[in-house]
Design a protein around this ligand. Structure first.
Ligand SMILES: [Zn+2]
Length: 474
């Protein structure tokens, strides 16, 4: 079995939760990978025939786990029509305006761009909420996503989106935006589950039942049916929820309750469920989510770009909710990579808490919110926290017996010079630290900041051409 020794790291963060899960920082300075697994950590002696990776002056993290994305949007960054729009008008202006134009070639190119962007930020596990599905579709978008992830050596979790109804008039929609029937949706889930789903704790391929937006995409009775289907097949459940106040208004008007109460009523809460966003929730909803151990995919850059607000991740984690981080689609996040996302997470939680500070004469009891998120909290949420919501119990940590998913950052850009504690650089300083190496399930997929077989200049050219075509056809 192949063996690799990562030598002399200047710092190693384990991805463990700050309390009760073993050390958060590891002394190392060496890590041995045997086959697909982290075998040993400590001061280790090279063995004959072993590959050596020199990590001198490098910082080592578990590879990131991204729990919510829409890869097809990688060709929709900064669309001028939707650039200054909030969620609902933005949906019409950007993703729905362009979605019908995604043929097989453009869809594949967009997926490839997004996956490469993520890998270059040190991410090896990608959960993509794909909703490019419609009746009579001439290409298999699910298979393309698995294929593109496989080519790069990434672990891929398909969150199979879709809708059985639409908020717009169906007759006026182009074919590529028409909803499916529930039978067709479940039949395709059955196919995907048989073809791609691996239930093992470090699976490279998973599928998840993920109607695009439970509140709008399917009926309440279909929510119960999809939940029962998922649980009968051992699949997890995912959807968007409470991204803006619009969800609160809709749930109240349509069902006379809050969005989380509505999900509870129709079997969509539990430790096998996680929702993207959860920006607008009240104390009762937070308690319901925590008591059922329902998880969150926190997407702070998209929530910032769309002006939605800031998810109370600190309160969620303190209440016992599984917390993870997602980049969301690039149509609402012009930097859909995990380093930007965790940098924003760290800052936004502190800013959010600070917004509640009051002067002491008005009853205030604290000055600011700098205690709302540590670097170690953020690394945990972006690694082991993500693996937890995806049910990948041997992924997301640097510990013996875990899958060898490891990012080794060089910090050789001036933005990292002068750091008193280099370990915090990738999160605290942001930017994109160069990768000395990225291991995905023991396989080295990035070497000296380059992915083998990927020509970024060629990819940039293809992207420019595709954007030109999209703008000419819309
Ligand atoms: Zn989303």
């Amino acid at each position: 079995m192949s063996s690799t020794l990562i030598r002399n790291a200047s710092a190693i963060l384990s991805g463990a939760r700050t309390q009760g899960e073993g050390p958060v920082r590891l002394d190392g300075p060496d890590i041995r990978i045997v086959g697909e697994t982290i075998a040993e950590i400590g001061a280790l002696t090279p063995q004959p025939g072993e590959s050596i990776v020199d990590a001198t002056d490098c910082v080592v993290y578990p590879a990131w786990v991204n729990t919510h994305h829409h890869l097809f949007q990688s060709l929709l960054k900064g669309d001028t029509v939707g650039l200054d729009a909030s969620l609902t008008p933005w949906l019409a202006a950007t993703p729905y305006r362009f979605r019908a134009l995604f043929d097989e070639r453009r869809f594949r190119l967009a997926a490839r761009i997004g996956l490469i962007e993520l890998a270059r930020s040190g991410c090896t596990t990608v959960a993509d909420h794909n909703y490019v599905y419609y009746p009579g579709m001439p290409f298999d978008s699910s298979a393309i996503l698995f294929d593109e992830a496989d080519k790069l050596g990434l672990r891929f979790v398909l969150l199979r989106g879709g809708a059985t109804r639409t908020r717009q008039l169906e007759a006026e929609l182009p074919t590529a935006l028409r909803p499916e029937s529930l039978d067709a949706y479940l039949a395709d889930m059955q196919r995907l589950s048989a073809q791609f789903h691996d239930a093992s704790p470090r699976a490279m391929r998973r599928v998840v039942v993920a109607p695009t937006t439970v509140l709008y995409s399917i009926s309440p009775s279909e929510m119960r049916e999809t939940a029962a289907f998922a649980r009968a097949h051992g699949l997890r459940l995912h959807s968007h929820l409470s991204e803006t106040v619009g969800y609160q208004d809709s749930a109240r008007q349509m069902h006379g309750m809050s969005p989380v109460e509505f999900c509870g009523e129709y079997d969509w809460l539990g430790d096998d469920v996680w929702f993207a966003h959860l920006v607008k929730i009240d104390a009762h909803e937070l308690a319901m989510l925590a008591s059922t151990r329902t998880g969150v995919a926190h997407c702070p850059q998209s929530n910032g770009r769309l002006g939605s607000g800031i998810c109370p991740v600190r309160e969620m984690a303190d209440a016992g909710m599984p917390v993870s981080i997602g980049v969301d689609g690039a149509a609402s996040n012009e930097a859909a990579d995990m380093i930007s996302e965790v940098h924003m997470t760290w800052l936004a939680q502190r800013a959010r808490r600070g917004m509640a500070a009051q002067p002491s004469y008005a009853g205030g009891r604290f000055e600011g919110g700098a205690d709302a998120a540590t670097i170690e909290d953020v690394v945990h949420w972006g690694t082991a926290g993500g693996a937890e919501v995806l049910g990948l119990s041997e992924v997301g940590r640097i510990a013996p017996g875990f899958s060898a998913d490891i990012a080794i950052y060089r910090l050789d850009d001036p933005r990292y010079f002068g750091l008193h504690d280099p370990a915090i650089g990738p999160v605290a300083s942001g930017g994109r630290p160069a990768l000395a190496a990225l291991f995905s399930s023991g396989r080295r997929i990035v070497r000296d900041d380059a992915i083998e077989g990927v020509d970024l200049r060629e990819l940039a050219h293809e992207a420019r051409t595709a954007v030109g075509e999209l703008l000419a056809s819309v």
